[in-house]
Design a protein around this ligand. Sequence first.
Ligand code: NAD
Length: 249
Amino acid sequence: MTRGVLVTGASRGIGRAVAEAFAKAGDRVAVHYNSAARQAGEVAGALHGDGHVVVQADLADAAAVRRAVDTAAERLGRLDVLVNNAGVYLAHPPLSTSYEQWQEVWSATLATNLTGAANATFCAVPHLSAAGGGTIVNVSSRGAFRGEPDHPAYGASKAALNGFGQSMALALAPQHISVATVAPGFVDTDMAREILDGPQGEAIRQQSPFGRVARPEEVAAAVLWLASPEAVFASGTIIDVNGASYLRS
Ligand code: NAD
């Protein structure tokens, strides 16, 4: 029996690379998207193997999240892995943002990056339990540790996601569900494109002694390993994928 894997935000970027990595490993993937229906269909259609599906939800909409998770489990026949990948990176520099904008960004960021992942997790647990156990992998960020001066809600949402994942690792182990986190530094995707192509781009690449940012496939490889049976005992961990650009002790 191949595994059923739900990847949120998989129409592009890291989510797409994660979907491709699981499909290549022989798993069946539910490619989740919010508004990019055509791209999600193209991603699912191009995946290795058969049985992949597409599910839609705005992660900020709790009812839609439940529908998408249940639909993914039903159409895949089972759910073994949830990858909470979808996220937003909205700028709101504290010294130049209006109070209205500040509130909007906090609300939108937490709704997707934190509560969306928490709700997807809640809805996935019964399906993972029904499959005899499984894995949840959260895609966090280096910013949780290093700080995000122009994106403080993002940094806070990812720090909270780390704490959420560790709490859930404790809570779900009795159900044979492992919960782990990857924390990438900058990754070459649309989310970071403007910054990486802008005046700060070269300085950001030089933050790593490799002189570059991560490729989405490098993050996907870590996610795939964390979801492997060999990695069950890594439950609760947070793996840095940042090219030694930020070393925490
Ligand atoms: P991306 O913008 O290409 O992909 C993010 C995905 O999330 C998109 O498919 C988007 O549609 C989806 N999404 C956003 N809001 C949503 C919502 N409300 N409902 C449903 N889907 C929603 O960016 P990416 O670089 O592939 O990012 C993937 C994850 O990696 C994010 O959680 C991001 O925070 C994290 N990350 C990215 C970088 C980077 O430099 N690119 C660095 C560290 C962490």
